[in-house]
Design a protein around this ligand. Structure first.
Ligand code: TYM
Length: 335
C-alpha cells in the first residue's frame, strides 16, 4: 500500500509578549488541532519582532517563553518542526531573494504597515515595510498548503501568494500556493474594553486583553469589567459587539452553538454570563498553564527541543532555497 504524503502546514507567532486569548483561539488552538493530520512547521517569529524596537533581555526571555508555550499547547516536537525563526538561516536568505520579486507598490498597500507606521512614527524602518516578504519566505520555504492564522493576517497571506505566483510565472512551479486556514469561530477575538477593536498583545489597557497565562482571579476580574450594552439579553446581534465577542469566546471554549448559549442564558443577566465565560476560559487554559510552568523549569529540555526543531526546519527549507537559487541563476559550488 502506498503511503499518502501529508500536506504541509506552516504558521508563526511573534514573541512580543505572552499570547492573548485572541492569539490562542484565532491561531494556536488550530495549530495543535492540525498537527495530527498535517506535516506541520511552527515558528517563533523573532526576526519579525525586531521591526519594532525590543529590549534585548526581554526579547530573549520572551522568545524562550513563547517556545515553551508552543510545547505547552500540546505541540509534539518529535511530530512537528517547532522552531525559532532566527535559528534557521534560510528564512532571512529567501526573504532577500523575494524582496527582489516584490513590488514597492504592493508592499505599500499593506494595512498593517500603515497602522504600525502610525503607531511607531519615530521608527518606520525598512524592515517594517518588507515584513510581509519575510512572512512570505517563512511560508514558501516549507511549501505550505495551509497557513492557520487569525483574520488580521489574511492580507499578508494574499501578498505571499502573489509573490509565489510571480516567481512561478518566471521560473516554473517552484512554490506551492498557500491557502489561509481561518477558523469559523474566533478568527477575530475583540478587545474586552473596546469590542470594535481586535484583542491585541500591545494594547495599553491591561483590562482589554486576556493573557493565556493570566491567573483565574485576573480572568474573572477582566471578564466582569468587559464592556457590553444596556439590553441585558444574551443574544448574537449586529449592534451587540461586546456580547457577540463574549459568545464567540464561550463558544470557542465549550463547543456550544450560539443558539445553545442563547437558550441556556435566556432570562439570566450579563453578570451570570460573564462569570460563565470566565470559567470556560479558566478551564480551557488550565492544562496549558500547568505544562508551561513545568517546561520553564527545564531550560535544558527547551534548548534540546529548539535544536531538534531547527534541524528539521533547516532540512525542509534548504531544499526550497537551493531550488530557488538554481532557478534564478546563482553560481552554486556545493560543499
Ligand atoms: P501575531 O504574532 O501578531 O499573531 C499570531 C497569530 O494570532 C492571530 N491573532 C488573532 N486571532 C484572532 N483574534 C485576535 N484578536 C488575534 N490577534 C492575533 C494572528 O492572526 C496570528 O495568526 N505576522 C504574524 C507572524 C508570522 C506568520 C508568519 C504567520 C510571521 N511569519 C508566517 C503566519 C505565517 C504575526 O504578527 O502574528
Amino acid at each position: 500500500m502506498e503511503l499518502q504524503k501529508k500536506q504541509r502546514v506552516l504558521s508563526a507567532i511573534q514573541p512580543t509578549s505572552i499570547p492573548t486569548l485572541g492569539n490562542y483561539i484565532g491561531a494556536l488552538r488550530n495549530w495543535k488541532n492540525m498537527s495530527a493530520n498535517y506535516d506541520c512547521a511552527y515558528a517563533v517569529a523573532d526576526l519579525h519582532a525586531i521591526t519594532v524596537r525590543q529590549d534585548p533581555k526581554a526579547l530573549k526571555q520572551q522568545t524562550m517563553q513563547m517556545f515553551a508555550i508552543l510545547l505547552a499547547i500540546g505541540l509534539d516536537p518529535e511530530q512537528s518542526a517547532v522552531f525559532v525563526q532566527s535559528h534557521v538561516d534560510t528564512h532571512a536568505q529567501l526573504a532577500w531573494l523575494l524582496n527582489c520579486y516584490t513590488q514597492f507598490g504592493e508592499a505599500s498597500r499593506m494595512t498593517q504597515f500603515k497602522e504600525k507606521s502610525q503607531k511607531h512614527a519615530d521608527n518606520i524602518n525598512v524592515g517594517l515595510f518588507t515584513y510581509p516578504v519575510l512572512m512570505a519566505a517563512d511560508i514558501l520555504l516549507y511549501q505550505a498548503h495551509y497557513v492557520p492564522i487569525g483574520a488580521d493576517q489574511k492580507q499578508h497571506l494574499e501578498i505571499a501568494r502573489d509573490i509565489a505566483e510571480r516567481f512561478n510565472g518566471l521560473y516554473g512551479s517552484v512554490f506551492t500556493l498557500p491557502e489561509p486556514f481561518i477558523g469559523t469561530v474566533g478568527a477575530r477575538v475583540m478587545s474586552l474594553q473596546d469590542p470594535e477593536k481586535k484583542m491585541s498583545k500591545s494594547d495599553v489597557n491591561p483590562k482589554a486583553s486576556i493573557s493565556i497565562l493570566d491567573s483565574p482571579d485576573a480572568i474573572v476580574k477582566k471578564f466582569k469589567s468587559a464592556v457590553t450594552d444596556s439590553e441585558a439579553w444574551v443574544r448574537y446581534a449586529e449592534d451587540k459587539a461586546g456580547i457577540n465577542n463574549l459568545m464567540t469566546i464561550f463558544s470557542a471554549c465549550t463547543g456550544w452553538s450560539y443558539e445553545q448559549i442563547e437558550s441556556d442564558f435566556a432570562g439570566k443577566g450579563y453578570g451570570d454570563f460573564k462569570l460563565a465565560v470566565a470559567d470556560a476560559v479558566i478551564e480551557e487554559l488550565r492544562p496549558l498553564q500547568f505544562r508551561f510552568d513545568r517546561l520553564m523549569k527545564d531550560p535544558a529540555y527547551l534548548k534540546q527541543c529548539a535544536h531538534l526543531g531547527a534541524e528539521k526546519a533547516k532540512r525542509i527549507s534548504q531544499r526550497t532555497l537551493d531550488k530557488c537559487m538554481k532557478k534564478i541563476g546563482f553560481w552554486i559550488i556545493g560543499n
